[in-house]
Design a protein around this ligand. Sequence first.
Ligand SMILES: [Zn+2]
Length: 237
Amino acid sequence: MRFNVHAGHNPAGKVASGAVGLINESTENRKVKEEVISQLRELGHTVYDCTCDNGTGQTDVLQKIVARCNDHDVDLDVSIHFNSGAGDQAGDGKATGVEAYVYSVSSAAKVYAEKICQTVAGLGFRNRGVKYSTSLYVLKHTKAPAVLVECCFVDDKDDVELYDCQEMAAAIVYGITGQRIRESEETAPAAPGEETPVGDPKELYRVQTGAYGVKENAEAMKARLQEAGFDAVIVKA
Ligand SMILES: [Zn+2]
């Protein structure tokens, strides 16, 4: 497929840059954008980077992004943003989450927005779902279907702790294409399960993601792991 991908706003520290909280939107959305582009290319897709780093103001940034987008014939425009307004700098144990905007319910990008929300939620973020806006400049003026992803919240400690730019990008790419890049030999995890330990035969290295007093919470974590593509079992101890 053919894609336009851009990070929203000017770079951090310039006029018309993005939201600032515990992390900086303009910094993080560029990291995610780079990773999304490189993963899509690795999967064989054609990608154009339509990010604007030299806008003179908000309108100029938006106009430049759209001009670049409309220079190419693509299947989808992808706009990478981070949200703000959660006001949870201390962390309450719950991520505020991911949402994705499209122009209207009849947008051809709606199906991608739904999938992106699902795959990012699979990382543990709350799925705030697909939203509609006829006033967002990029959604209104791009000629191809467009989706604007609000990855997670810059001002929610739980979102920030959960967030990893490579995982976020991989989830977005998977949401759009249904494909994942192959992990390299060094970083590929062993297959889930129990293997024969190499050293002391009494030692087993167990991977644990939580221990809960309430069974429903354990079931919820198991479901989240399975949704993210991991095998999971509940062990009572
Ligand atoms: Zn933004």
